[in-house]
Ligand binder design. Structure first.
Ligand code: ADP
Ligand code: MG
Length: 737
């Protein structure tokens, strides 16, 4: 695996929850998971194996046992990641594990109990506290979105219509990677607001969970926070760094039983686990490092996490375990999964000045509104100076922006008030002026009224503009200004100390792990033997150790083989079911759909990999539509539809019987049914008919008016179809030429 300078591996931490009451009452077999917090090791005991069988040991970046505190996990393993996000990196934390092992507890925890708040609420605190304590030349914009993936459909949890709406689509851009274009994103100004966003989403999930069985354990929830930070750089220009944080609570990793599933339900079952199995494949492919192809595109989840796994992001995976013996297999699978993920290398980099930064748009809009307001202020001032004889204050340098704004408002209000008074006075003067005519008075008063109306409108517009400006500006958080930090110095010190301790214990563990590896290597070098006996003893001990290691690895190989066999069997079973389903569909197609229809359909079908669906191609390519698509000829009201050129030619050629019947249909009711007497007049009718048709508009425009029997006395019965046909054939050559 190529390790370039900026690459770093995915951090993997393991957390085991305490035994719950039910498990405790189940029996004395006890816990199967032991943890060495100092070394970051998990030791797993197989409850079914004999005591002589070696236990399985896995080493991780950190491990947390049942007594661990939420705060410890956050400070040691999550805080550095959130700091990176605040510095403009992408970050992802995902919780992986069997249902009921504490994924949601770790990610969300108990909101009301400060001790038991999980990663997400702690991250909210962290982000907004950081903003409140940062320098005032920094501007921040924080946005949040919340989505979930259920049965391979992405749903927006902040959109109230999400339950009924179709799943959202994914798009990819070279700038931002994979994203969901229509996802709701809420600008949040405080912890309270972002918590509100989280609550709205959680409620949407809870509603869905009551409608569907095992919903919460089978859906993946992604909470996305984007922190944009603008700060003037050394070059004097404002630079924007954008950090994106994904907080992911995955679906339960347990194997879902697929037995007895058929048809639609089979498809559903396949979809439920698709994202997780695809995640497993992606992790394997990345950890392996040899296979060039990483199957990100296999599922929505892996596409969304594409950057987090092997891309531009820093990633922490929290694998959660249960200590109960009955879940040994799942626990082992989770540990293997986690162990593999350790080998994934990411290439995180700071996202500086991306094109799509919303902060820049906000800044531009604010600047525009500000310019408009300033312009108004300037105009008002000018007017004020003109209207008022007394000289205004010299335009002193107003230092703060705030003062300036207040001044703008005050000036505007002053001006409007005075102007109103002036207009009122003038109106009074006009009313009192006897020298003016009544008409003239009315006109002048009307004019003054209009001026006052304009003045009020102007004032309203200014007020609206100011309100908009203030609303926009309030969304931007200025370092140390918008959010008041209530923590006192002592608490701050305490926080710093706690972070230092967390940092220290992290370093200590890393060193311990390094030492352990080195110990094994250097043991041999350091050993000096005083006697042969001693050497034999030492070597035997070492042999034993190596033998145990060998046994471990052998057992591991056996386990992995077993697992492969098991998953192969499952896949084969799924394949058999799908084949059976396919045969059924084929049977229907082959026997009940005409081959030409089938061919037509087949030639029009194309596969859309974006949506993972077969789609019908349009009959006419979209770009040539207006040119190629001929409109069906329309008829004048009361006339039959004209005969097409093609039909006319076909009639003349006499080749195709289909067209011989053109233009002989009488569309209205036959009021006078044929009888044998009428047959005698056949000959006359033929002559009449042909002459009448000949005179019909067919000759010029190919249009026939439909006639009914009762309209024309000469008209004949239905046996005249021959007649009309002959009439047509005689009539059309002229028009066809
Ligand atoms: P998951 O989301 O993985 O299905 P939950 O987070 O819902 O599991 O946890 C299941 C139960 O276990 C909850 O009642 C939770 O309070 C409890 N629990 C999980 N982890 C811990 C822990 N570390 N300490 C105490 N209780 C825990
Ligand atoms: Mg859960």
């Amino acid at each position: 695996m190529s390790k370039n300078k900026s690459s770093e591996s995915v951090k993997v931490v393991v957390r085991c929850r305490p035994l719950n009451r039910k498990e405790e009452s189940n029996g004395p077999s006890g816990e199967i998971v032991q943890m060495d917090l100092r070394l970051g090791q998990v030791i797993l005991r197989n409850p079914r194996a004999s005591h002589s069988e070696p236990q399985k040991t896995f080493t991780f970046d950190a491990v947390y046992d049942g007594n661990s505190k939420q705060r410890d996990l956050y400070d040691e393993s999550v805080r550095p990641l959130i700091d990176s996000v605040l510095a403009g990196f992408n970050g992802t934390i995902f919780a992986y594990g069997q249902t009921g092992t504490g994924k949601t507890y770790t990610m969300q925890g108990m909101w009301l109990d400060t001790e038991k708040r999980g990663v997400i609420p702690n991250a909210f605190d962290h982000i907004f506290t950081h903003i409140s304590r940062s320098q005032s030349d920094k501007q921040y914009l924080v946005r949040a979105s919340y989505l979930e993936i259920y049965r391979e459909e992405i749903r927006d949890l902040l959109d109230p219509s999400h339950a009924s709406a179709r799943g959202l689509e994914l798009r990819e851009s070279p700038e931002t990677g994979v994203y969901v274009p229509d996802l709701t994103s809420c600008v949040c100004k405080s912890i309270k607001e972002i918590e509100e966003v989280m609550n709205v989403g959680n409620q949407a999930r809870a509603v869905a969970a009551t409608h569907m069985n095992e919903y919460s354990s089978r859906s993946h929830a992604l909470f996305l926070i984007t922190v944009e930070c603008g700060q003037p750089g050394p070059d004097g220009r404002k630079h924007i760094r954008v950090g994106r944080l994904n907080l992911v609570d995955l679906a339960g990793s347990e194997r879902q039983a697929k037995t007895g599933v058929q048809g639609e339900r089979l498809k559903e079952a396949a979809k439920i686990n698709l994202s997780l199995s695809a995640l497993g494949n992606v992790i394997s492919a990345l950890a392996d490092g040899r296979s060039g192809h990483v199957p990100y595109r296999d599922s929505k989840l892996t596409r969304l996490l594409q950057d987090s796994l092997g891309g531009n992001a820093k990633t922490v995976m929290v694998a959660t375990l249960g200590p109960a013996p009955q879940h040994y297999d799942e626990t082992l699978t989770t540990l293997r999964y986690a162990n593999r993920a350790k080998n994934i290398q990411n290439q995180p980099r700071v996202n500086e000045d991306p094109k799509d930064a919303l902060l820049r748009e906000f800044q531009r809009e604010i600047a525009r509104l500000r310019a408009q307001l300033n312009h108004r202020k300037w105009r008002n001032k000018q007017k004020k100076e003109r209207s008022d004889d007394q000289a205004s204050d010299p335009d002193g340098d107003e230092d703060g922006e705030c003062e300036e704004e207040e001044q703008v408002e005050k000036d505007a209000e002053d001006y409007v008030k005075r102007e109103e008074q002036r207009l009122e006075r003038e109106k009074e003067a006009i009313r009192g002026d006897r020298s003016l005519l009544a008409d003239e008075k009315q006109r002048l008063l009307g004019e003054k009224e209009r001026m006052m109306g304009d003045l009020r409108k102007e004032q309203e517009a200014t007020e609206q503009l100011t309100a908009k400006y203030k609303a926009m500006e309030s969304k931007l958080l200025v370092g140390g200004k918008n959010i008041i930090d209530h923590t006192n110095e002592q608490q701050k010190m305490l926080e710093v100390k706690r972070q230092e301790i967390a940092e220290q214990s992290r370093n200590e563990r890393e060193m311990q792990q390094q030492m352990m590896v080195q110990d094994d290597e250097t043991l041999e070098l350091r050993e000096t033997f005083t006697s042969l006996q001693q050497e034999v003893e030492a070597k035997t001990k070492k042999l034993k150790k190596l033998y145990a290691k060998l046994q471990c690895i052998k057992a591991e190989i056996q386990d992995v083989n077993d697992e492969h066999v098991r998953s192969r069997q499952e896949l084969e079973q799924t394949q058999n079911e799908l084949t059976r389903e396919l045969k059924f569909k084929y049977l229907i197609i082959e026997n009940f759909i005409p081959p030409e229809e089938k061919n037509k359909i087949m030639s029009r079908m194309t596969f859309d990999p974006e949506e993972d669906q077969w789609k019908f191609q349009p009959l006419v390519p979209a770009e040539s539509k207006p040119l190629q698509m001929k409109k069906r000829p329309t008829s004048a009201v009361g006339y039959k539809r004209p005969i097409s050129q093609y039909a006319r030619v076909a009639i003349t050629m006499g080749a195709n019987n289909r067209f011989r019947a053109e233009n002989i249909m009488f569309l209205e009711l036959d009021m006078n049914p044929p009888n044998t007497a009428s047959l005698g007049r056949f000959k006359d009718a033929e002559l009449n008919q042909s002459s009448s048709v000949d005179n019909s508009p067919t000759n010029d425009g190919g249009v026939h008016k439909s006639r009914s029997w009762y309209q024309s006395q000469k008209s004949l019965t239905s046996s005249s179809s021959n007649v009309s046909l002959s009439a047509c054939t005689t009539a059309t050559p002229a028009s066809a030429q």
